[in-house]
Design a protein around this ligand. Structure first.
Ligand SMILES: [Zn+2]
Length: 216
């Protein structure tokens, strides 16, 4: 990183926010509010929005609004909520600098999935969740972890083209298998959601493999 982040500036007349650590390591401070558009915002959202916005302004960085609409099964988004959320964030006077809609970017996720499979940093796992848990809780690799990139790319194609059904395969990112938190070990980054039974409000039944939402 060449340049340093802008020096902190607080909203005039308001109490300054505490400084963030290590900001001098980054060229730009970028914050984001990333709702799933399956609900209207509530009071609990306000803290995240205002802090993200004000920190971005304080460091002359960027504040992003990202719609995390990648779970058409369990957290099905609805078109009306995208606009209601935009309206509410504007009402809080927290104008965002750029907006992303995750469901618009599925080809980008697929591109990166292929990259990490090719580089051997991820694999397609066909274990049942219970079986996988047995391996990972013991800090051991499941049998899929040692597959070649070529085999993984074949299995990835099967995830995309319907060769695997919902729940039959996930893309896992290789991590430290002794990570203290078992949920982090080889976490599933992309999974299949039946596009016929669970069409997406923005992209319909176009995609059957979806990135897993961040777990918060
Ligand atoms: Zn496996």
């Amino acid at each position: 990183m060449s340049a340093k982040a802008g020096s902190p500036q607080s909203r005039s007349g308001s109490k300054a926010l505490p400084l963030l650590p290590n900001t001098d390591k980054y060229e730009t401070i970028i914050t984001r509010f990333a709702p799933n558009p399956d609900f209207v915002l509530h009071l609990g959202s306000i803290r995240a929005i205002i802090l993200s916005h004000d920190y971005a302004r304080m460091y002359k960085g960027r504040f992003l609004l990202r719609f995390d609409d990648t779970d058409p099964r369990l957290k099905k988004s609805a078109l009306e909520y995208y606009d209601l959320i935009r309206e509410d964030v504007r009402w809080l006077e927290c104008q965002w600098d750029a907006e992303y809609i995750a469901s618009d970017r599925i080809p980008v996720y697929y591109e990166y999935a292929e990259k990490v499979l090719k580089s051997g940093d991820a694999y397609i796992c066909t274990c049942t969740p219970d079986n996988f848990r047995l391996y990972v809780n013991a800090g051991r690799a499941c049998p899929d972890r040692s597959k070649t990139p070529e085999q993984n790319l074949i299995d990835w194609a099967k995830m995309l083209n319907g060769g695997f059904g919902e729940g039959e395969a996930v893309l896992r990112v290789k991590t430290d298998l002794s990570h203290p938190n078992p949920a982090v070990r080889d976490w599933p980054a992309l999974r299949i959601i039946d596009p016929v039974n669970y069409p997406h409000p923005m992209v319909g039944s176009k995609y059957r493999v979806w990135p897993r939402e961040r777990s918060t």
